[in-house]
Design a protein around this ligand. Sequence first.
Ligand SMILES: Nc1ncnc2c1ncn2[C@@H]1O[C@H](COP(=O)(O)OP(=O)(O)O)[C@@H](O)[C@H]1O
Ligand SMILES: Cc1ncc(COP(=O)(O)OP(=O)(O)O)c(N)n1
Length: 283
Amino acid sequence: MRINSTPQVVTIAGSDSGGGAGMQADLKTFQARHVFGMSIVVALTAQNTYGVQASLPIPDDFIDAQFQSLAADFAIKACKTGMLADSEHVNAVVRNLKQVNFGPLIVDPVMVAKGGATLLAPEAVATIKQELLPLADAVTPNLPEAEIIVGHPIKRETDMTAAAQTIQELGVKNVIIKGGHRQDAQASDFILLADGSSFWVRSPRIATGNTHGTGDTFSACIAAELAKGESLKKAIITAKAFLEGAISQGIFVGHGHGPTNHWATLSEDVQVSAVKSSSSLQG
Ligand SMILES: Nc1ncnc2c1ncn2[C@@H]1O[C@H](COP(=O)(O)OP(=O)(O)O)[C@@H](O)[C@H]1O
Ligand SMILES: Cc1ncc(COP(=O)(O)OP(=O)(O)O)c(N)n1
């Protein structure tokens, strides 16, 4: 039987009219990683490479309708969330996720766009922590998002490892803290897995303005690899290599903070290291 043999993935997120971030970045990533992508729109944004000019949440009952349409037809093997706008919409997504089986859930706790626009009402941070994270297989905060979740600054790598532990205690199985916002020579992400093991994935930091949508692309790639049946660890390493390629093999559109290149090939520059020993964990 060939029906439903193709890995199917859904993004539950906001739309970026400029195509660089949000569900457009997710769908481009799904296509690049050879999985069939679908979308549940939670909010619209009028957005370009200069920033976000306007946003409009989708009514709750239309979020329900999108979930029901997909659940009635497809064999979804993994899903991710992105921009969820506010507490009301986080709750609508949580309510629906409890009623469907869309496979492993990756939560990208999108809060503020790199241009400074608010994509999640501050009151909704508590709802994400209390209601959404306990449903998630993995959460992928960037450094500012991780600081808001744990409630204190994260400066050094040891702060990242401690923050991951604190976030895991909220009920999410696996924690990935992205280091894109640090200033050091390497872009280093810290991963704490459900079994208590942990590791870093590192790649050379690329000096570029083209990082619009990096977080969305990263979490979408993890979801795509999980839908293919890869382990979470392998999915994270592939996502890091995909990002390194997408950022370094630049694409130049728009006049502001540009997007990444979803046609890029996987980079081989990614280093993986265990926390307690320096042995390579690659593969
Ligand atoms: N300048 C950069 N050079 C190399 N990798 C980067 C750079 N910026 C971000 N990354 C990587 O891209 C991924 C997304 O991270 P980040 O930019 O922190 O997320 P977000 O878009 O949510 O702020 C991470 O794997 C991070 O290490
Ligand atoms: C609709 C929408 N969703 C998410 C983002 C944030 O994307 P991110 O990957 O964090 O990259 P930046 O936009 O912050 O550069 C967005 N901008 N729009």
